[in-house]
Design a protein around this ligand. Sequence first.
Ligand SMILES: *[C@@H]1O[C@H](CO)[C@@H](O)[C@H](O)[C@H]1NC(C)=O
Ligand SMILES: *[C@@H]1O[C@H](CO)[C@@H](O)[C@H](O)[C@H]1NC(C)=O
Ligand SMILES: *[C@@H]1O[C@H](CO)[C@@H](O)[C@H](O)[C@H]1NC(C)=O
Ligand SMILES: *[C@@H]1O[C@H](CO)[C@@H](O)[C@H](O)[C@H]1NC(C)=O
Ligand SMILES: *[C@@H]1O[C@H](CO)[C@@H](O)[C@H](O)[C@H]1NC(C)=O
Ligand SMILES: *[C@@H]1O[C@H](CO)[C@@H](O)[C@H](O)[C@H]1NC(C)=O
Ligand SMILES: *[C@@H]1O[C@H](CO)[C@@H](O)[C@H](O)[C@H]1NC(C)=O
Ligand SMILES: *[C@@H]1O[C@H](CO)[C@@H](O)[C@H](O)[C@H]1NC(C)=O
Ligand SMILES: *[C@@H]1O[C@H](CO)[C@@H](O)[C@H](O)[C@H]1NC(C)=O
Ligand SMILES: *[C@@H]1O[C@H](CO)[C@@H](O)[C@H](O)[C@H]1NC(C)=O
Ligand SMILES: *[C@@H]1O[C@H](CO)[C@@H](O)[C@H](O)[C@H]1NC(C)=O
Length: 523
Amino acid sequence: MACLACLLALAFVAAEAQQMQSNISQGSSLTPTTNSTWLSRSGLYAFGFYRQGNGYAVGIFLAGIPQKTVVWTANRDDPPVSNNATLLFTGDGLALPTAEGQNYLVSPSGSASYASMLDSGNFVLYNSGREIVWQSFDHPTDTLLPGQRLLSGNELFSAKSEADHSTGIFRLKMQNDGNLVQYHVDTPDTSAYAYYSSLTDGAGENVTLYFGADGHLYLLNRNGTNIQNITEGGLPTDEGKLYLMRIDVDGIFRLYSHDLKKNAIWSVEWESSKDKCVPKGLCGFNSYCVLIDLEPDCRCLPRFESVNPGNQTSGCERNFVADACKNRNENFTYTMEKLENTTWEDSSYMSLRLSDEDDCIQGCLEDCNCEAVFFDGTKCRKQRLPLRYGRRDNGTSDRALIKVGVPTKPDTDPRIVQPGSKKKGRTDILIIGLSFTALIHFVVDFRDCVVVNGDLELACIRMSAVNGDLELNESVAPRRYAYEELEKMTNNFKEELDRGASSTVYKGLILGSQKPVAVKRKD
Ligand SMILES: *[C@@H]1O[C@H](CO)[C@@H](O)[C@H](O)[C@H]1NC(C)=O
Ligand SMILES: *[C@@H]1O[C@H](CO)[C@@H](O)[C@H](O)[C@H]1NC(C)=O
Ligand SMILES: *[C@@H]1O[C@H](CO)[C@@H](O)[C@H](O)[C@H]1NC(C)=O
Ligand SMILES: *[C@@H]1O[C@H](CO)[C@@H](O)[C@H](O)[C@H]1NC(C)=O
Ligand SMILES: *[C@@H]1O[C@H](CO)[C@@H](O)[C@H](O)[C@H]1NC(C)=O
Ligand SMILES: *[C@@H]1O[C@H](CO)[C@@H](O)[C@H](O)[C@H]1NC(C)=O
Ligand SMILES: *[C@@H]1O[C@H](CO)[C@@H](O)[C@H](O)[C@H]1NC(C)=O
Ligand SMILES: *[C@@H]1O[C@H](CO)[C@@H](O)[C@H](O)[C@H]1NC(C)=O
Ligand SMILES: *[C@@H]1O[C@H](CO)[C@@H](O)[C@H](O)[C@H]1NC(C)=O
Ligand SMILES: *[C@@H]1O[C@H](CO)[C@@H](O)[C@H](O)[C@H]1NC(C)=O
Ligand SMILES: *[C@@H]1O[C@H](CO)[C@@H](O)[C@H](O)[C@H]1NC(C)=O
């Protein structure tokens, strides 16, 4: 439930002035602040402007319940419009005038003479002969409403985030082979990339996903035969019961119900997976998904670090120098670190029949192209980075072994800047004890020193000034720590947003003292 609850709690400013009107005639218009929507007859659904980011989007939402819920968005990937926009209904459809001309959000197949926001949630354009020339039910985004279908060849795309309805990273496709399948957006439609399937491959062309008025989800083939029930059956259809189906931001598709009489929140009736680590691609490259209290968490491979902390899909990268065939780096020794009970996409370039783990390890260490191996007790499968679709699975005895570089001598750890050294790598760490403020500050790359507060700004200016030779004033004498030491001392850092900058600042308390530590990481 958690997921939709927060989605629905999203700050949602619907316009105050609304028109209760079942037939919308040519020449009608809407603006974000006055006459912002056209309501359905009962007032349950509204078509028009809703708040999105720092402006407005045009779409359909449930207006008749306390938790306003967006079910469709026009041109969802267009930037939000400002409050001076006007949506105009003409025979050619619905358009927003812009400096470049009309931006059509809805283009009917024939001339539209009137439109109607129906109580089903379908927004329909009719010609003068009362035939439908366009309907929102034919253009679903991430949601299906009762009575709506997903035709063969069509797909739903998740939203980017709970507050941003533009296209996200997961999709649900009604394939031409009859199979209903979930994938990441950046993959081909093949089973290796699927993370959900109705297992109806081969059921023929024109299989359609139906969402019945009673909230029943099922597949019909071209002659109308029910070939698969996605949900077990129909649900109560008492007055005041609402249903919707959506592929959520987290990649799982869920059937929700809402009881108007009980003034309740949306609750989950059914979901494609209870395990939130199932959607492939939730965690980025070189990271794997672990469930903690049923919530997914992305972890980096050992001795890797997050590319962009706070964004799980950005993945992880090495914090050591990679092994090389020529010019092997004498400052590192390479060993294999074990990750038990994990599964990954297998894209091995070589698979050896080996039953001894040590032989598998040795085989990778001696092969400078080898960056990881998967070992299952009988096969040793050599991999190159990046690894993807990783997740912990206690049901497997498979393990991943990752080749990692360990500094030969602590002093040559390139992540530590030594006084007098001019070497400034991307992962340099410098700590400065500021005796006059009792603050300790270190930056991962001091060329990117960012103001955290007044005190630290001073430290940064001084550092920049002495950047070249690191002749630091005594009061800001540098002290060296290994990153791991700091991680321990600060209890793994707490993440904070850096005001005004796009980068991430980590803050933690040194255990046993009240001294705050701030870390700026280059993005
Ligand atoms: C809407 O327009 C159609 C076709 O002109 C008409 O049949 C219907 O009665 C109208 N409905 C209302 C509520 O005006
Ligand atoms: C809102 O629309 C109604 C009906 O079309 C119209 O009478 C009214 O003047 C409009 N209000 C504003 C502020 O444009
Ligand atoms: C709306 O206002 C913005 C600036 O706030 C301006 O750039 C734009 O041209 C205006 N659009 C219209 C349709 O007036
Ligand atoms: C599938 O549906 C399309 C459009 O409705 C139709 O043109 C096509 O002939 C159908 N194919 C089959 C095999 O029924
Ligand atoms: C309808 O589809 C079912 C299942 O694929 C098939 O067994 C049946 O023969 C079909 N009927 C017709 C009339 O095509
Ligand atoms: C689907 O469920 C309905 C009852 O809800 C049942 O009549 C039908 O046989 C089921 N279809 C399949 C393919 O299991
Ligand atoms: C997270 O990272 C991915 C890949 O680097 C990027 O496409 C996406 O826009 C980022 N998301 C956010 C919310 O910054
Ligand atoms: C190894 O470290 C030494 C001293 O820090 C440095 O001079 C040398 O360039 C490093 N070697 C490589 C291959 O990076
Ligand atoms: C791996 O799974 C087995 C059970 O299948 C369990 O006994 C073992 O503790 C797990 N190892 C880790 C590191 O989770
Ligand atoms: C897997 O095993 C680890 C260690 O034994 C445990 O902490 C974790 O909760 C288990 N996860 C699941 C999903 O059972
Ligand atoms: C070092 O700091 C002290 C006190 O802040 C100051 O008086 C002195 O001039 C500084 N020395 C250098 C070399 O910057």
